[in-house]
Design a protein around this ligand. Structure first.
Ligand SMILES: Nc1ncnc2c1ncn2[C@@H]1O[C@H](COP(=O)(O)OP(=O)(O)O)[C@@H](O)[C@H]1O
Ligand SMILES: [Mg+2]
Length: 304
């Protein structure tokens, strides 16, 4: 195991930001850490990095203590923070070199390839960069670094879709090299292509962990369909919700696990148009609370 966090609790004064977080990342795993803004992702990550001290609980990374052995551990970690702040008077290229050197000799060709892929101008002073460009600098530095564990805190939140594609390729490349990656996000669909396992955090607690397949019973796909013939018996199918006739066709929600069945049924009526939207995090939360009736328990204490 690369990383193990047990019972992490963090209080800021009276406010409990984290309440008994457990995480376990295995070698070679891409681990998604998913939750809405304010859920506690960055706070958890800062504790993992030894930047913040937990009120309770312990973190072991590479078998060492994240707080007392932080310096040792950091030689093997590359980190992209949620809000990237860079030295204003250094150029992007200088910052990339500075970070990369922490992990040994710079691999120049890799650095150049990443700068090209991310379409970054490394000669500009950091103070002139947009949020997206600062993020690119941090990403190029991290992906150029020879590390064993990559901790990426909402790394794509300022990137356009084309760059997100590049990002995903970089993560898969690391994965193929057997590296471990912790990837936080507040958008479920953004990470599902990449992650072997996800933990869903809300209000400082992990409410679900598993593979995305494990979580499938909690997600629904939004579907809009137009057919040559009117669809019959749709209501009777398993996993159908919120069926509505609209100007553009029939709109409905389908349980992810029933998608195959539903599509087979619909296709018999001659599909003219079909649109689908991936499950959202909000949707997953709703299903979670519907499913286990623990709404009050989890929601309580959350007047923050
Ligand atoms: N230094 C701090 N002092 C007080 N509250 C904090 C501090 N850092 C974070 N918080 C609070 O802890 C909660 C979790 O924040 P954060 O970990 O940044 O969430 P996320 O990264 O998931 O958006 C938020 O309610 C935030 O306001
Ligand atoms: Mg954050």
């Amino acid at each position: 195991m690369v990383l193990k966090a047990a019972n992490l609790t963090k209080r800021f004064g009276k406010f409990t930001a984290l309440d008994g977080i457990n995480l376990e990342i295995d070698e070679g795993q891409v681990y998604g850490f998913i939750g809405p803004n304010g859920a506690g992702k960055s706070t958890t990550i800062r504790i993992l990095l030894g930047i913040l001290k937990a009120t309770e609980g312990v973190v072991e990374i590479f078998g060492k203590d994240a707080w007392s052995d932080a310096v040792e551990i950091h030689k093997r970690i590359a980190y992209v923070p949620g809000d990237v702040n860079l030295w204003p008077n250094l150029t992007g290229g200088e910052v990339i070199d500075l970070f990369t050197k922490l992990h040994g000799p710079i691999n120049k060709s890799r650095r150049e390839e990443l700068i090209r892929k991310f379409d970054l101008d490394p000669t500009k002073k950091c103070r002139t960069y947009s949020k997206g460009n600062r993020q690119k600098v941090a990403l190029v530095a991290a992906f150029s670094s020879e590390a064993d564990l990559y901790i990426l805190d909402e790394p794509t939140s300022g990137l356009d879709p084309l760059m997100e594609q590049v990002f995903q390729e970089c993560v898969l490349d690391l994965k193929s090299q057997g590296k471990s990656i912790l990837l936080s996000s507040h958008i479920l669909s953004e990470v599902e292509k990449l992650c072997d396992k996800v933990a869903i955090i809300r209000d400082g607690r992990i409410i679900e962990t598993g593979t995305l397949n494990d979580l499938r019973h909690l997600t629904r796909i939004q579907v809009l369909v137009e057919t040559k013939m009117p669809i019959t018996n749709l209501k009777d199918l398993k996993g159908m919700h919120q069926i509505e006739e609209t100007n553009q066709g029939l709109s409905c929600q389908v349980d992810t696990e029933e998608m195959d069945n539903v599509m087979r049924h619909i296709s018999r009526f001659g599909i003219v148009k079909l649109e689908s939207a991936p499950p959202t995090l909000e949707d997953l939360f709703m299903r979670h609370y519907e499913g286990n009736g623990k709404v009050a328990g989890i929601g309580a204490g959350g007047d923050n």
